[in-house]
Design a protein around this ligand. Structure first.
Ligand SMILES: C[S@@+](CC[C@H](N)C(=O)[O-])C[C@H]1O[C@@H](n2cnc3c(N)ncnc32)[C@H](O)[C@@H]1O
Length: 266
């Protein structure tokens, strides 16, 4: 049973890995553009779980990067009531199929399919992004995702992760691996934290969800521990008067606000 469950994704991934050399022709669209990866659809039960993990709802704008036959975008709007869905695929054949599928479901202008390169697409309006690409493509996309997407944007990937950017969650759906990432706020820099009369100088660095730095309390250095950024939420511990104090707050870029404390970028 276990081996049977593993077999499908392993075969799909092996096919993708093999394709680079043996099926080079599959990488070219009918109008001569070079694809980074050819079309392999995500199974419907996996699509459903990816959209559940991303908690897609009526306030969301969903983008599928390399949207294939459009199934993830269509499900986001049809089944999860996203206010807008955008599929981007370089292959005109996939875009034509997606539009046919959208028409079958009688969906309106809030479902769009764009025949363009994901690397040349402005992603900034997305609140949810899905991807079934390759590890190497995810890594090439990573700086663009971190630059263009707002902190808090959810990214769900099928089969491939984001390297050192650790996921919030991963699970297997019938043997297919899925990952959830949340775009972290950038809190790198110097901050002045106020908690009542107390002032703490913070020098923070965050890479992806990891948060490191130093605190200066009453002129003395203090360690920052258990620190992490999850979307716009920041959490860290500093020892004050010999006792660990947990700070939890939300960043809007120039301030971090928590219960009984706030910090301003200096
Ligand atoms: C593995 S399929 C995934 C399809 C769909 N997202 C799904 O999960 O069912 C990858 C898709 O990416 C498209 N693609 C590959 N390189 C691309 C690029 N640079 N820009 C846009 N689309 C691309 C392919 O045409 C293909 O449809």
């Amino acid at each position: 049973m276990f081996l049977h469950r593993l077999r499908k994704p392993v075969l799909a991934l092996a096919a993708i890995a093999f394709a680079g050399s043996a099926l080079a022709q599959s990488y070219t669209t009918s109008d001569g553009k070079k694809l980074d990866i050819f079309f392999v659809p995500t199974q419907h039960q996996v699509v459903k779980r990816m959209l559940e993990l991303a908690e897609v709802g009526p306030n969301d704008v969903h983008y599928d990067l390399g949207s294939g036959d459009g199934r993830i975008v269509i499900a986001a709007v049809r089944d999860f009531k996203a206010k807008k869905g955008v599929g981007i695929d370089l292959d005109p054949q996939r875009i034509a199929e997606s539009k046919e599928n959208k028409d079958k479901d009688k969906l309106g202008d809030n479902v769009q399919f764009l025949n363009q390169n994901i690397f040349e697409t402005d992603l900034s309006e997305a609140t949810v992004v899905s991807m079934y690409l390759l590890n190497s493509i995810n890594l090439r996309l990573r700086p663009k995702l971190l630059k263009e997407l707002k902190p808090g944007t959810r990214i769900v990937t099928h089969a491939f992760n984001m390297g050192e950017w650790k996921e919030e969650h991963n699970e297997s759906v019938d043997g297919y691996q899925v990952y959830l990432f949340i775009v972290p706020a950038n809190v790198t820099g110097k901050w002045e934290l106020s908690q009542g009369e107390r002032r703490i100088a913070l020098d923070l660095q965050n890479e992806f969800t990891d948060l490191n730095g130093t605190a200066t309390v009453d002129g003395k250095p203090a360690e920052i521990r258990n620190a992490r950024v999850t979307g716009t939420k920041i959490r860290f511990t500093i020892d004050l008067d010999g006792k660990p104090v947990v700070f939890e707050g939300t960043s809007d870029g120039s301030t971090i606000s928590g219960a009984g404390w706030s910090a301003k970028k200096s």
